[in-house]
Design a protein around this ligand. Sequence first.
Ligand code: FAD
Length: 451
Amino acid sequence: MSDLFERLREIVGDAHVLVDPDLRAPYETDWTRRFTGTARCVVRPADTAEVAGVVAACAAAGTPIVVQGGNTGLVGAGIPTGSEVLLSLTRLTGIEPVDPLEAQVTAEAGVTLENLQRHARAAGLDFGVDLAARSAATVGGLVATNAGGIRVLRYGSMRAQVTGLEAVLADGTVVSRLSGLAKDNTGYDLTQLLVGSEGTLGVVTRARLRLVPLLPARAVALVGLATTEDALALLARARGALTGLAAAELCYADGVALVRSYAGLPAPFPEEYPVYLVLECAARSDPTDELVELLGDAGEIGDATVASDAAGRTRLWAYREAHTEAISAAGIPVKLDVSVPLRELASLAAQLPPTVDAVAPGARLILFGHLNEGNLHVNVLGAGAQGTELTDAVLNLVAAHRGSISSEHGVGRAKARWLSLSRSDAEIATMRRIKAALDPPGLMSPGVLLP
Ligand SMILES: Cc1cc2nc3c(=O)[nH]c(=O)nc-3n(C[C@H](O)[C@H](O)[C@H](O)COP(=O)(O)OP(=O)(O)OC[C@H]3O[C@@H](n4cnc5c(N)ncnc54)[C@H](O)[C@@H]3O)c2cc1C
């Protein structure tokens, strides 16, 4: 191993091979504190050539690698298990000038989402993916997880924003396709193969990304409702009526109460509602009137409040966006991220409390999610030793509703053993053949994604 460490130091410099346990520690535990492990060392390359050198050196030594960006992933996929070199991409922070004609930009893997958004907005454009971990989540992590977030309704997930990638494969080969052509039918799409591959097929070093129009006028509504069905009915009408609909986010009374005590927020309405929906419209000119008109006509609404100024919008978004942090502050939850067809969503939401209670009596279930995609984040606090049984019960329930066991966070280590609930044997066997072709010795993130 000391030979490998020596070789890695030659490639990235002494200061960027972290062997000391105190220096490695921040990389070895995930954001949720649920996943923790040990890396042989943490290596922090500065550019693509150094990444390729590190990967080739590890391949030559037969040492596995786990890739990490901002370490905000929620399924343990960027956390080592003991035998890996942890490859951190956070020093790859270069970003090229925005190309206004193509409306695209090329960014290195370690650029944070927040910096990418700032860069695009300074050029009069915007980036189509947004999520609450924006200050730390990186371009490489967003690509590798095919991240979703709060704007999928309007722009699709990360996959839809990526027009090309540069990546280092498991043997150190660099593949690059960064021209960003809108039309390019020249064989297998290696870019899209790497999107959502969770670090198991290669290391993303650079991405060519599509940008969207900057829509400076925004209006946000927080709506109180009686049932999940009411939220779905309002969503269906909002999609038909609101030209600027940009987000539709769901949460429930328990979660809002937790967020309020965590963030010190006042009650949004004089009365508590079982269900809350955040609707956001974005346009070139103020969309407040069309949002207010929709809400005025909606019989299912209990109460609603609308804000169009920046401070008011942030205040309303906080009831939904602070969920992940508030839950994490309350304990280490069993955290699942599932999606079902919209027709199944209300039934799933109704069946989850008794399902959780049957396995972990007294545990605290907090649900929230991205309504338009039927995506529920299932968080259970106080499950004690019942984490695996609970995961099994919830994911089987989701499968019975024709859903996916991972809507946007990925499969990671957390859900690998349940992959067959969402993928057929033939699909998993095909995935294994792809993995074996690109990474024959299985050195890239072993144990992640494929059971
Ligand atoms: C508060 C909070 C809110 C969140 N909200 C959302 C949300 O709304 N929607 C959503 O989809 N996710 C959400 N997430 C999850 C997380 O932010 C995303 O999964 C994000 O894409 C992870 O990016 P990262 O840079 O932190 O990646 P990491 O956590 O470092 O890694 C995640 C995965 O990507 C791989 N990876 C990282 N970089 C590379 C690379 N350069 N090349 C190859 N593989 C790589 C890792 O090996 C791992 O498999 C949230 C997380 C938090 C903490």
